[in-house]
Design a protein around this ligand. Structure first.
Ligand code: SF4
Length: 239
């Protein structure tokens, strides 16, 4: 199975437990206002690669992973290439590698189910809490996200929920409490992560000649993000 790869990060420390090799796949159907990777949007971009070849490249970094680490596949939206990820994860699991899927929870559910059979951890972006905000700020659908999250619950795949905190948009205390309630409603939840909004991607947008919708929004204050985190329910972090 051939997929399209944007890039590999050999030593990732923020996309799942431990030290991980991170594969960024090409293509995304969403357009999040705070997207850091607009260069992954085009599904025909990147480089073609066989799943077995990508597995071989990732396994080169195995000595760094220790007991906690492994491989995370992100994007773009990896479920856009579900059959490719299914094959990649099948190979990696047969090698005893911990597999994590970082997803916006957008994609065909039947295909997603086949990927989840070979997924040890889902890192799910829950970006907004209303259909209106999903439509306005990322061209997505909250209902589809929830359907995917319930699927992970039914299949018993451990779940981390991740949420980008944007000043003036997703940094209200009541909003964060509501996020905590929604996240805690999934019995497979293991962790909630709040990610402060950053603008490190500005140069990419300028190079690509496209406007960054949140150019005038300030970056999120780390201390306030920590304070908001304390409003979330305590979740036992286990693998
Ligand atoms: S889902 Fe991820 S890659 Fe796609 S637009 Fe949103 S932030 Fe960017």
């Amino acid at each position: 199975m051939t997929g399209r790869l944007h890039s590999i990060q050999s030593l990732g420390a923020v996309d799942g437990p431990g030290i991980r090799a991170v594969a960024f796949l090409q293509g995304c159907p969403l357009r999040c206002a705070y997207c850091h990777n607009p260069d992954t949007w085009d599904p025909s971009g990147g480089e073609p690669i066989e799943a077995a070849e990508l597995a071989r490249k990732l396994l080169r970094y195995r000595s760094y992973w220790g007991k906690e680490g492994g491989v995370t596949v992100t994007g773009g939206e990896p479920l856009l290439q579900a059959a490719f990820v299914e094959e990649l994860f099948t190979i990696l699991q047969s090698e005893g590698v911990h597999t994590a899927l970082d997803t916006s929870c957008t994609g065909d559910l039947a295909a997603a189910e086949r990927v989840l059979r070979h997924t040890d951890l889902v890192l799910a972006d829950l970006k907004f809490l209303t259909e209106e905000d999903y439509a306005a700020y990322c061209r997505g659908s909250l209902a589809r996200v929830k359907e995917f999250l319930r699927l992970t619950e039914r299949m018993g795949v451990p779940l981390w929920i991740r949420h980008v905190v944007v000043p003036g948009l997703t940094d209200g205390e009541e909003h964060i409490r509501a996020l905590g309630r929604e996240a805690a409603s999934y019995s497979n939840l293991r962790k909630i992560e709040l990610l402060p909004f950053r603008k490190l991607c500005l140069e990419k947008y300028r190079t690509m000649g496209i406007p960054f919708p949140l150019e005038d929004t300030p970056e999120m204050d780390e201390a306030r993000c920590h304070a908001l985190f304390r409003l979330l329910p305590k979740v036992g972090e286990t693998r």
